[in-house]
Design a protein around this ligand. Structure first.
Ligand SMILES: [Zn+2]
Length: 349
């Protein structure tokens, strides 16, 4: 559906009107702190000396959007205690990404329950000002324009209900703008992005390695966890090996060796799998959660050789997954590997 510029403008105006109505209600209810008046501010942004990358981003995002809205520039200062008129960003070492915001006429204090929580507190304040991120990229960004900015006084607490909140931009078309996805998802308080391959594993790995110089710093300054992979277990036992090692491959439902799907988990295929997945783990130290799923079938696709025929799909997959997890424990013990448990992988022997 094509949306004309006029329709987009009307939608934005309606959204802004709604946003400011909400802000006005908050001010009337709780009292307002004048952060910017007439395009100028007496406030500054305050960070603890030795602040983290994530706290630095919280401060810089806050400063950038206050300036976009009003034209006012707030200096950023490292100080042990917040001085007068400080917007103070600081973090506790909790487990869930919430935050406390305590605001009075002297200090606006954002205390993240984690450092990610501090960043989310900055986004909450920007939303209080009327900023909205309705989608990925600048076109979906709504920033009100005003020479005056007020924030609600009082204390508020937001607690995260889940430690992990993940989004999977799946298709190839998303890869070109992963940087915008990372920025957008952090603003939505998503702390895990799953870079899911849907082409060949070799192509996806190459594309990721080309992009990571740009993407990994974006992930780090948002504290975002990187999950990576897809249905590529079979690709880790290259099909070209069939000519010299047909025994690596599955015996199909008709009793014939075939390189069509998965492989024989009771063969030298496991050694090949371990060698290839080790290489991948070594190339991708930035990944926290790996996924190498078997072929995506409703049922079957595994081996019926004499050694395998009594094992279920789930059993055969588990042999492969244990091999993968064992290598990962050696190469990158802090990382994890996911186990797909759906279709006939749910069936236990
Ligand atoms: Zn077998």
């Amino acid at each position: 559906m094509e949306i004309s510029k006029r329709e987009l403008a009307i939608a934005l105006i309606v959204l802004l009107g709604f946003t400011w109505a909400l802000s006005a209600q908050a001010e009337a209810r709780q009292g307002a702190i004048p952060l910017v008046r007439g395009g100028a501010s007496a406030w500054h942004v305050s960070l603890m000396p030795g602040y983290s990358k994530i706290e630095a981003l919280a401060a810089s995002e806050f400063v950038a959007y206050v300036q976009k809205i009003s034209g006012a520039h707030l200096d950023t200062v490292a100080e042990t205690q917040p001085s007068a008129c400080a917007v103070r960003f600081e973090s506790a070492s909790g487990k869930l990404d919430g935050f406390d915001i305590t605001a009075n006429q002297k200090v606006i204090r954002i205390q993240g329950h984690t450092s990610r929580g501090t960043l989310y507190g900055a986004y909450q304040l920007l939303e209080d000002m009327g900023c909205r991120w309705c989608g990925v990229g600048e076109l979906a960004e709504v920033v009100p324009i005003s020479k005056d900015i007020s924030l609600p006084a009082g204390k508020r607490v937001q607690r995260a209900s889940f430690p992990g909140r993940s989004v999977v931009p799946y298709y190839d078309m998303y890869h070109a703008n992963y940087a915008d996805w990372i920025k957008f998802l952090a603003r939505m308080r998503i702390n895990n992005i799953y870079a899911h391959a849907n082409g060949s594993l070799a192509d996806f790995t190459k594309r990721w390695k080309e992009a990571r110089v740009k993407l990994v710093p974006l992930l780090e300054e948002r504290g975002m966890v990187l999950e990576w992979g897809g249905h590529h277990l079979a690709a880790l036992v290259p099909r070209e090996l069939f000519r010299d090692h047909p025994e690596y491959f599955r015996v199909d439902e008709k009793g014939a060796r075939s390189s069509d799907l998965n492989f024989c988990p009771n063969s030298g295929a496991i050694g090949e799998l371990k060698q290839n997945v080790r290489s991948l783990f070594e190339q991708l130290p930035e990944v926290a959660n790996f996924n190498f799923y078997a072929d995506d079938l409703m049922e079957g696709g595994w081996c019926h050789c004499p050694k395998c025929k009594t094992l279920t799909t789930a059993d055969q997959n588990m042999i492969a997954m244990n091999a993968v997890a064992g290598v990962l424990a050696e190469v990158n013990p802090k990382a994890a590997v996911g186990l797909a448990a759906y279709h006939d992988y749910e069936q236990q022997s």
